[in-house]
Ligand binder design. Structure first.
Ligand code: FAD
Length: 463
């Protein structure tokens, strides 16, 4: 099979937004504006912040400023796995915030329920449905890890099913599976671009104003109010929420804690009924394999397979831009893994290939900060689990700028920052060394000394 040709034939575009009914960009900011709340960044976090602010205080004046078009960042490029976890999974949550874990689980479940209720309330046609989340072991040591994880889930009363090799292969037919662990009631799958578009419409329906094409360059304080600058135009606001995630701008402090890593995705052509039958996977569960570097995969409503992950790349100096989105070697690598997982799909083509920036922290979950005596808050760094958690992150950011002391703002995850990444050139060196150690751990099944030491200090690198 000629993988290079298969990948080259895929459109270098994001499947979710490459749609005939994609909305036109909104007009950029062209004048000076005064407002109660200004939100910087129009991804999930920014739109959820605007929507929740408007729902909770009708009449509040809210302006969203987005550098490109709403959802341009990770929010329209992801797999559409909306997870209950606010902590990048149960094990990461227990490792970093054991005392808050049960609260975080409950808040995460409420958050997903409320996300889906909002989708219903505004009739957002994003094909959202609840689904099991199944991790498959593709090496013997991964099955040992899943077995241990199942025991942890049992201790915390979290619904799951551990599968041996034959049960796993019966559920989804892949010769690479050694077993699996299904998490029940933890996931909804959705079309992320349609969720972004629906949230933006909902914000406007409540009187919010959105400007695309408006990159914020700086925020200063003048006479007790905050001035948000974009070119020659300004928004003067009482409160500001910065939701720029992997871009980590324009507040410099964010770059200490959040680094961008580019994650790569392929979308197949729709499968025929024979191809679907050949792989099983009858129930539309969201799937992943369970190495340190892992693939996530799911069926779309029109029976394509989205296949992403594994090869997450960091570029010097928090490098970001279109030049990092078409890395052929990454797409060819994950295409090879796709056909190793499903050899029976040989002949299936890919319709789209793309990449997007994941904002990650050394604890793999969102981190928060404030400036200007708490009148500005920022949040970002959900790592690979922000589709659901960004709604919660937005809610916390609102609590912070409104000066509310809530169960959410009392969480250690909110009050304490993760260990910062070092400045360059050490940042690149540390990340690339850790990536090599992770790749070795996947090959050998043994975490080397570096990963064990980092884990002891509660630090890591993930996507
Ligand atoms: C390939 C990929 C797959 C993923 N898969 C999943 C998944 O299946 N499930 C999951 O839970 N999570 C997933 N994630 C992560 C998830 O998509 C993100 O955590 C989430 O979308 C973050 O939303 P956000 O609004 O905080 O950030 P973003 O969506 O990145 O939004 C930030 C916005 O800020 C704008 N901006 C930046 N700088 C400025 C500025 N100076 N002025 C104005 N605007 C600015 C950007 O243009 C951007 O639109 C994935 C991410 C990627 C990249």
């Amino acid at each position: 099979m000629n993988l290079a040709r298969l990948v080259a034939e895929a459109r270098p575009a994001v499947h979710w937004t490459d749609q005939p009914d994609a909305p036109d960009p909104r007009p950029p900011l062209r004048s000076g504006v005064s407002t109660d709340l200004c939100v910087v960044g129009g991804g999930f976090t920014g739109l959820w912040a605007a929507l929740q602010a408007l729902e909770e205080q009708p009449g509040r004046r809210v302006v969203v400023l987005e550098a490109e078009t709403c959802g341009f960042g990770a929010s329209t490029r992801n797999g559409g796995f909306a997870d209950v976890s606010l902590t990048h999974g149960v094990l990461n949550g227990l490792a970093h915030w054991p005392d808050d874990f049960d609260t975080l689980e409950r808040l995460g479940r409420d958050n997903l329920d409320n996300l889906l209720a909002t989708v219903d309330r505004y009739a957002i046609a994003c094909h959202a449905h609840r689904a099991d989340e199944v991790a498959f072991a593709t090496a013997g040591w991964q099955l040992d890890d899943l077995t241990e994880e199942a025991e942890t889930l049992r201790q915390h009363g979290l619904a799951h099913t551990l599968m041996d090799q034959s049960a796993a292969q019966a559920r989804v037919h892949s010769p690479t599976f050694h077993g699996g662990l299904a998490h029940h009631d933890t996931l909804a799958l959705l079309d992320p671009a349609r969720l972004v578009w629906g949230l933006a419409d909902a914000v406007e329906s409540l009187g919010g104003i959105i400007h695309d094409g408006t990159r914020v360059e700086g925020i200063d304080e003048t006479n007790g109010r905050l001035t948000v600058r974009s070119g020659t135009h300004t928004v003067v606001a009482d409160r500001v929420i910065v939701a720029t995630n992997a871009w980590a701008e324009p507040i410099r402090q964010m770059r200490r804690y959040i680094v961008p890593v580019y994650d790569h995705v392929l979308m197949t052509e729709p499968l025929t009924s024979e191809q679907l039958e050949a792989i099983g996977w009858a129930d539309r569960a969201g799937l992943n394999d369970s190495g340190h570097q892992f693939h996530y995969y799911r069926r779309t409503h029109d029976d394509r397979i989205l296949w992403g992950g594994y090869d997450a790349n960091y570029y010097f100096g928090n490098g970001m831009g279109p030049e990092y989105e078409d890395r052929r070697s990454s797409h060819e690598l994950i295409a090879r893994h796709f056909f190793e997982t499903f050899p029976q799909l040989e002949g299936l083509g890919f319709s789209h290939r793309w990449a997007g920036p994941i904002g990650t922290t050394s604890k793999f979950a969102a981190t928060y900060g404030t400036r200007f005596d708490g009148r500005l808050s920022w949040v970002g760094g959900y790592t690979g689990l922000g589709v659901g958690a960004s709604r919660f992150g937005a809610r916390v950011a609102l609590d912070l700028v409104d000066g509310l002391e809530t169960e959410r703002t009392a969480l250690r995850m909110v009050r304490r920052k993760p260990i910062p990444f070092p400045p360059e050139p050490l940042r690149s060196l540390a990340i690339q060394t850790t990536r090599r150690a992770i790749a070795k751990a996947d090959r050998t099944g043994e975490e080397g000394r570096l990963l064990r030491t980092l884990a002891r200090f509660g630090v890591g690198f993930d996507s």
